[in-house]
Design a protein around this ligand. Structure first.
Ligand code: SF4
Length: 444
């Protein structure tokens, strides 16, 4: 599973350079491309494929000078790989750059609607529609907030987005708050998908409310929030995507993950000698499991942090080599032990199967797998790349069938109720776990 993107916006001194540092802090949200757009007598963009450090090498950032910038890291779930963001488009005689995290559920019918009205789209990615819809309604209403209100009424799905146009920045979060977005203020105004990226620059940080719109210009900042009560924050931000040091809608991610492990230990205890985590994703939950169970936590798997993205020759031997390159067991910790292995989730099951086999080869007497989220059984239409149902190991079978497939001695998942208690929010999107999709996203 992969998050689609991370966004950033700033109106501050050295905005492009700050955008670069913020993108480094958001790199975990997308590694396929990165880009920064600034306003300097028009939109200027530097973007490319690769990691932030690869795209902005050789002083590329020094070429961008402005107090106004929006920025983006991307993992593509729609459009072509070459469609980096911020993407530039135009409508109604104006140009706009768009940085977007999420997926639009009514993209195709709405795009056809605008095409019938004569709009010529330049890209295949859904994010362009946000910019087009905004500019269309801006021409109709002459007011940025009214235009964005019309976008909210028209565009369904998940969007935390930043627009750059006419020397101004508009930042908005969709009316039900699927994807996170934070606002920080101090020596300027800053927005980022996660507050941990804002704390590089300012301490006064808060969540952008669902449906909240900010308009920033040289004249200052103005914001408006519509009266919406419906919320559907993505639970996978807490389970896996977000950085542990981020706080989303008032809930710290690390603390939520520890509580997921605690709930899991209460619901599904395991008779083991040691608890180990799949690094890094299972670490906080493993600590929580250890606290409640009283079984000591050890580092039994070591992650190689330096191999980065690797090209692996197809074939079974090389696939196994890839897992061995990334993870290796500490034989002295594992040998002769009944191991409780904690991870955040199982998607296809192939990696978990290899890890269980690796632990057995390193001498584990038993391997009990505990997963700090419920089984993933359904696709996501709100900005997260989840394999098709046929590829999801838990989509059709029982927990016992998954246990057999991964070769564990026992397997248990956290329940949906346990997950909700751990996060401490009742207003979560849980659709990939329950199959109950928030109606708002499909009301069109
Ligand atoms: S379906 Fe799952 S991954 Fe998608 S927004 Fe909802 S909780 Fe997040």
């Amino acid at each position: 599973m992969r998050e689609k993107c991370g966004v950033f916006a700033a109106v501050a001194e050295n905005a492009p350079r700050k955008a670069y540092y913020a993108l480094l802090a958001l790199q975990h949200r997308g590694q396929e491309s990165a880009g920064i757009s600034v306003w300097k007598h028009g939109i200027r963009t530097v973007a490319g494929r690769g990691l932030v450090s690869e795209v902005f090498r050789d002083g590329a950032i020094a070429k961008l000078k402005s107090r106004v910038a929006i920025a983006h890291v991307r993992y593509s779930t729609s459009g072509s790989l070459n469609e980096t963001q911020p993407l530039k488009t135009g409508c109604c005689g104006k140009s706009i750059a768009v940085a977007h995290n999420g997926t639009l559920t009514n993209f195709l019918p709405l795009r056809r609607h605008y095409e019938r009205l004569g709009v010529k789209f330049r890209h295949s990615v859904d994010s362009e529609l946000l910019g087009v819809s905004f500019l269309w309604h801006l021409r109709e209403t002459g007011d940025e907030f009214e235009a964005m209100r019309a976008v909210f009424e028209e565009v369904r799905g998940a969007y935390s987005a930043a627009f750059l146009f006419d020397g101004k920045v508009l930042v908005a979060r969709d009316p039900v708050g699927f994807r996170p977005l934070s606002y920080g203020t101090g020596d300027g105004h800053y927005f980022a998908s996660e507050d941990s990226a804002l704390r590089l620059f300012v301490d006064d940080v808060r969540d952008v409310r669902p449906g909240e719109v900010f308009l920033l210009s040289e004249d200052g900042v103005e914001s408006k929030v519509p009266a919406t009560e419906e919320r559907h924050g993505c639970v996978f931000e807490y389970i896996y995507f977000a950085r542990p040091d981020s706080t989303i809608d008032g809930v710290n991610v690390y603390s939520a993950r520890v509580r997921m492990g605690e709930e899991l230990a209460r619901e599904s205890p395991a008779d083991g000698d040691i608890i180990i985590a799949v690094p890094d994703s299972g670490r906080a939950a493993a600590l929580g499991f250890s606290r409640v169970s009283g079984i000591s936590y050890s580092e039994g798997l070591i992650k190689n942090r330096y191999i980065g993205r690797t090209f692996i020759t197809p074939g079974q031997f090389y696939r196994e080599l890839k897992v061995k390159l990334k993870l290796s067991p500490v034989r002295e910790v594992i040998e002769g032990k009944s191991v409780v292995l904690v991870d955040d989730s199982i998607v296809r099951g192939t990696t978990m199967k290899r890890i269980v086999a690796m632990l057995r080869k390193a001498g584990a007497r038993e391997v009990h797998v505990r997963i700090a989220s419920p089984p993933i059984r359904h696709p996501c239409y709100m900005g997260v790349d989840i394999p098709t149902r046929h590829e999801l190991i838990a989509a059709f079978g029982s927990v016992e069938k998954v246990r057999k497939a991964i070769g564990a001695d026992s397997l248990a998942y956290l329940s949906v109720e346990g997950l909700k208690r751990a996060v401490g929010r009742k207003d979560l999107c849980l659709a990939c776990l329950t199959g109950e999709y928030p109606e708002w996203a499909f009301r069109f």
